[in-house]
Ligand binder design. Structure first.
Ligand code: NAD
Length: 497
């Protein structure tokens, strides 16, 4: 195997000492395309040390210079985004247009971070006490870790690193073992953009690498995105080691379709949000909750559209690509089996799909299940595949109760023509991101991205002003220059006069 995917340390590739590797595959062909080095503790420490060594200089680099590097990175990545999309498709499987969409949403965070001089402005109060002034500044934390999932190999790291770097931190990114090359490509681009060596580092690996990032005292904060059990573990372990942690977890997203909704619009939305990226999105719609008498019509309209979806190699003329690994494909298919056995009606069956791709690709076509009930595993579990379940309820209140009693709270949507109902829903639903006639309400970079309940551990969402807050700490400085009073010794608590 020629393609050994290495770490990135101090501005160059780094092999480390571990000999453990993990195969990287092209999901559309099943072919092994690379061997990923898996760090041991020594390798992890070497990468963290590089980030720690680069921090003092980067922290003191002017905001003007930091912003100019961000602008240069934005120009380079925008000019070469097709290359990055092709890398994503080759390891993740999503179709090229979808990979390009992911890159574009990531670039929006870089653009937001280009305004970092403005975002880092502190506050100043003159004469807070007589001839005493107070000001506050936002300072970086130090080396920070970003641990990302397989499903957005470029966008999720980009939710964090532009702001972290702009704010003066140095970073160590631990990408998913399944699709690690996108982040390495971006490391090379940062170098070209003029980022000093050691500010952006990549650590390849599994639990060993993650555990070192969570416990090494040089790492000051951890941004994690992945499944809920691992998010919980990362939050508990990182905070116990005294770090600031934001850990975004899994999801089970519902869309409510009220009887007055435009059913064609809703059916289009269910297909797009249920099957886009083969359902491997944390904002995918997994449960369509049909309220009242419209269920039969809605299911017919979704089925009609689902039948037109072309499943195949993401580099060809396909609407939907393969699943990320064979094991994941088989697990998702087993949920369809279990749903069918429990009494759900398989309206469109993806298990029999004939895909336009390699015979050994990890194929599963879009699947529509009707009459799904809340106790079925296809409903209770996060499936993370192209399976859309229709749950039938009689009233709005039942639909709301279903969502609010679910342990996850990442995204949700309502489809209606009734503004009052929509307004009530946005107020009452216990979910972090809400769409009104919008199925995938991913917030813009200048708002913050984050779910509630088991979808996020910690108190900061990603990017926007919450991202700036997460990657900085506030220092308040109290100053007296003019006419300092010599009041003599006074052990009392300072009072404002
Ligand atoms: P995952 O939890 O398996 O892996 C995420 C990261 O954790 C990877 O870098 C992986 O190497 C590491 N990891 C895995 N097992 C570990 C362990 N035992 N100890 C320490 N580290 C470990 O998630 P995934 O399968 O890569 O991604 C899919 C999941 O991510 C889904 O649950 C999805 O909902 C979630 N996700 C959430 C969001 C969000 O914003 N809330 C966004 C994208 C994905």
């Amino acid at each position: 195997m020629n393609n050994v995917i290495q770490h990135w340390r101090d501005g160059k590739s780094f092999a480390g000492t571990s000999t453990a590797t993990s195969p990287v595959t092209n999901p559309a062909t099943g072919e092994v395309t690379g061997e990923l080095l898996l760090a041991n503790v020594e390798d992890a420490r070497a990468v963290i040390d590089a980030a720690a060594a680069a921090f003092p200089t980067w922290r003191d680099t002017s905001l003007a210079k930091r912003a100019s590097v961000l602008f240069a990175f934005r120009e380079l990545i925008n000019a070469r985004k097709e290359e990055l999309a092709a890398i994503i498709t080759s390891e993740h499987g999503k179709v090229l247009s979808d990979a390009l969409g992911e890159v574009s949403r990531g670039i929006e965070v870089v653009e937001f971070a280009c305004g970092i001089p403005h975002l880092l402005k502190g506050g100043y109060t003159e004469n807070a006490s007589t001839k005493v002034d107070v000001h506050s500044v936002l300072q970086p934390l130090g080396p920070v870790a970003i641990i990302s999932p397989f499903n957005f190999p470029a966008m999720v790291p980009m939710w964090f690193f532009p702001i972290a770097i702009g704010a003066g931190n140095t970073v160590v990114i631990k990408p998913s073992e399944k699709d690690p090359s996108a982040v390495i490509w971006m490391a090379e681009l940062w170098k070209e953009a003029g980022l000093p060596d050691g500010v952006f580092n990549v650590l390849q690996g599994d639990k060993t690498a993650v555990d070192e990032l969570l416990t090494n005292p040089k790492i000051k904060a951890v941004s994690f995105v992945g499944s809920t059990p691992i998010a919980q573990y990362v939050y508990a372990t990182g905070t116990a080691a005294g770090k600031r942690v934001q850990a975004l977890g899994g999801a089970k997203n519902h869309a409510v379709i009220l009887p007055d909704a435009d059913l064609d619009l809703a059916a289009d939305a269910m297909v797009n949000a249920g099957f886009g990226s083969a359902g491997e999105r944390c904002m995918a719609i997994s449960a369509a909750v049909a309220v009242g008498p419209i269920a039969d019509d809605l299911v017919a309209k979704i089925a009609e559209r689902t039948a037109t979806i072309k499943t195949g190699d993401g580099t060809k003329d396909s609407d939907m690509g393969p699943l990320v690994t064979k094991a994941h494909r088989d697990k998702v298919a087993s949920y369809i089996d279990a749903g069918e056995a429990a009494g759900a009606k398989v309206v469109v069956d993806g298990r029999t799909v004939i895909a336009n791709g390699g015979a050994d690709g990890f194929w599963l076509g879009p699947t529509l299940l009707d009459n799904v009930t809340p106790e079925m595993s296809v409903y209770t579990d996060e499936i993370f595949g192209p399976v859309l379940s229709v749950v039938r309820v009689e009233t709005y209140d039942e639909a709301l109760e279903l969502i609010n009693s679910n342990p996850y709270g990442n995204g949700t949507a309502i489809f209606t023509n009734d503004g009052g109902a929509a307004r009530r829903f946005q107020n009452e639903v216990e979910v972090g991101m809400v769409g009104i006639n919008v199925p995938i309400p991913v917030p813009m970079a200048y708002f913050s991205f984050g779910g509630w309940k088991a979808s996020l551990f910690g108190d900061s969402h990603a990017h926007g002003t919450e991202g700036v807050h997460f990657f900085t700490r506030t220092k308040a400085i109290t100053t007296r220059w003019l006419d300092p009073s010599h009041g003599g010794i006074n052990l009392g608590f300072p009072e404002n006069k």
